[in-house]
Design a protein around this ligand. Structure first.
Ligand SMILES: *[C@@H]1O[C@H](CO)[C@@H](O)[C@H](O)[C@H]1NC(C)=O
Ligand SMILES: *[C@@H]1O[C@H](CO)[C@@H](O)[C@H](O)[C@H]1NC(C)=O
Ligand SMILES: *[C@@H]1O[C@H](CO)[C@@H](O)[C@H](O)[C@H]1NC(C)=O
Length: 575
């Protein structure tokens, strides 16, 4: 009896729900309805709807240009630049017929791979200012040498004794052999470290994900009016053939952004933006084998002989090489660590701001505007912690999201942080606080008391590179305008950094994605009067483990670099 009852009640519930849903689907305006009735009905529907949000994701028509070329049409110059940038980061892959036919045993294995330090002009003797070369041969899991390139390697030369380190340059010879090149920037002991971040086969999978699954991180917005609320899916592009869209394309920049239109509410009722989630099951079982922590993600490669050398002082000179300039080197890094302090090559003369009073004096009378992701919010947090007088105001902003502001009345310092516009994977940002960096920059007067700090990279790794190029093009245009109307403005750009990777993180945030974005960022701001803080090299050269939010010793060096730029030892001497 009970079974029958529950069966029937389920049936009737189903009928009732269908009726409600049918009713709601046919409502076009809410205005004529009694709000309470609609609200009650709607809450039911939106609960049904929300639980379907994750499973009922739209099916994308996956093709390369789908997401990338939404937005304004490119000018011929922009198109040319985009071509050039994309060419400059093109990455070789396994030869076709591809991947699918390969077994794990035929893919790159860091344990079987080896590197050798090559002699220097025929001798095993190195001097300050020379270049060190190590040759890396990649083998597969069966110990056979690989015959094609495309592996993602990191190389570092470092000295635990001197707490020194520099990032190496890796050259892919396209045949399974790579050169790791290092400028010798300090006298004394030095050790070569080569790491396989991803096999070329894994990179091919990442490349495919980037082009075909820009939806693998998805977003949502809450719409609300009175008692009514609905949540829908949002992204930079959404298939428009499945449901009507709300078009939030930015009027000034043309940056595209869309949400599915809520059933009852209007597009104007959007109240916030948030990360929806991460798509799962992106890999086949076979592909998953290419992303194994401790096996083929960020594993060190061993040497055939020694990984250590001793660097002698330059002939006729003593001591380590503070006189070395970037032009001494074929491949100039942006700097190196010595005694745990970053020494930039070229441009800024590093000062150390190890006391809060020194930081406050440097920033006196300045308005510092920070825009971007959490990696620059980290700078805001560092400064407010380092300078007690810099008191953070309670703006009632959501934790970690902002906007944030801190002031030091005595020194007349204002420090601000605001996140960049979508795509941003923060928990919940109010729609009213969703601003594009370029629009914010257009609203600044600028001048010698204004410092602008930008960090825009981490939330772009799931999209095709064209999306990032477009964003940076808009930001760069605004930077150029700002520097034009207020030439004294100091603009600092923080680049991407390395992070801790496992299988899951790799699919959304791999260093390979960041490396590609980083190359684009550096190329696009080259030649402008801005300070590029090379977070990539600063995280790659350091001995501490990679982390999305680099540990304090690295942040301290970044801040010291910025402050040294803002407050050079002798004004205008360094330019
Ligand atoms: C790419 O996607 C667009 C937008 O959905 C579609 O119109 C076009 O036909 C697709 N191209 C290919 C080659 O599938
Ligand atoms: C969204 O709006 C922008 C700017 O008004 C327009 O260029 C674009 O075509 C619109 N997108 C769609 C899918 O209608
Ligand atoms: C700060 O740095 C200066 C010069 O580098 C040094 O003389 C001083 O002792 C340092 N102060 C602290 C508190 O570490």
């Amino acid at each position: 009896m009970c079974r029958y009852l529950s069966k029937y009640s389920a049936f009737f519930l189903f009928l009732a729900l269908s009726g409600i849903i049918f009713l709601l689907r046919n409502i076009h305006t809410v205005e004529n309805w009694n709000c309470h009735t609609v609200s009650a009905l709607h809450q039911l529907q939106s609960r049904i709807h929300s639980s379907f949000l994750a499973v009922g994701l739209p099916t994308f028509n996956h093709n390369r240009t789908f997401c990338a070329h939404l937005g304004q049409k490119l000018s011929p110059e922009d198109e040319l630049e985009e071509r050039y940038l994309l060419d400059s980061i093109s990455w070789p892959g396994p030869p076709s017929p591809r991947l699918a036919s390969l077994s794990l045993r035929q893919t790159s294995d860091p344990v079987h791979s080896l590197f050798t330090i090559l002699p220097n002009k025929g001798r095993r003797e190195w001097r300050l200012g020379d270049q060190l070369e190590a040759l890396v041969q990649i083998h597969d899991f069966q110990g056979r040498p690989k015959r094609y390139g495309g592996d993602f390697l990191l190389a570092r030369l470092h000295s635990p004794e001197l707490r020194a380190g520099v990032a190496g340059t890796v050259v892919d010879h396209g045949n399974g052999i790579y050169s790791a090149l290092f400028p010798l920037l300090w006298a004394g002991p030095a050790r070569v470290e080569v790491t396989l971040v991803h096999s070329s086969e894994a990179v091919a999978v990442l490349k495919q994900l980037r082009e075909e699954r820009p939806d693998r991180v998805f977003f949502k917005s809450l719409f609300r009016l009175g008692f009514l609320s609905e949540t829908t899916l949002c992204n930079m592009c959404l298939p428009s053939d499945q449901q009507p869209l709300c078009n939030y394309t930015d009027l000034y920049t043309g940056e595209p952004w869309y949400c599915y239109k809520p059933k009852l509410l209007s597009c104007d009722n959007r109240i916030n933006h948030a990360k929806g989630g991460y798509l799962k099951h992106l890999l086949t079982n076979k592909e998953a084998l290419l992303f194994q922590s401790g096996v083929n993600i960020k594993v060190e490669i061993h040497t055939t002989g020694t990984d250590r050398i001793d660097v002698l002082p330059q002939e006729g000179k003593v001591g380590e090489g503070s006189t070395l300039k970037p032009e001494h080197f074929q491949l100039a890094p942006s700097g190196y660590y010595y005694e745990d302090s970053w020494r930039p090559l070229g441009g800024v003369v590093m000062r150390h701001f190890n006391e809060s009073s020194a930081i406050a004096l440097c920033l006196r009378n300045k308005v510092i505007n920070m825009y971007g992701d959490s990696t620059v919010r980290q700078w805001f947090e560092y400064l407010t912690a380092a300078v007690p007088e810099l008191r953070e105001l309670n703006l009632h902003s959501p934790k970690n999201v902002g906007p944030f502001m801190a002031v030091d009345i005595a020194h007349n310092i204002v420090l601000k942080y605001r996140c960049h516009g979508p795509p941003i994977r923060f928990s919940t940002v109010l729609s009213s606080e969703l601003r594009y960096v370029s629009n914010e920059l257009d609203g600044l007067s600028g001048g010698p008391n204004t410092v602008v700090v930008l960090s825009v990279w981490a939330h772009f790794s799931t999209f095709p590179v064209e999306v990032y190029i477009r964003r940076l093009r808009h930001i760069r245009r605004s930077v150029v305008r700002l520097l034009g109307r207020a030439p004294g403005t100091l603009v600092v750009i923080r680049s991407a950094n390395l992070q801790a990777l496992d299988q899951e993180v790799s699919l959304y945030n791999s260093d390979w994605f960041s490396l590609q974005l980083d190359a684009v960022l550096k190329a696009m701001f080259k030649g402008l009067n801005v300070l590029m803080v090379d977070a990539w090299e600063m995280s790659s050269a350091h001995h501490l483990p990679h982390a999305l939010h680099p540990p304090p010793p690295i942040v301290r060096n970044m801040i010291d670099l910025v402050l040294s730029y803002v407050c050079p030892e002798k004004r205008n001497n360094w330019k």
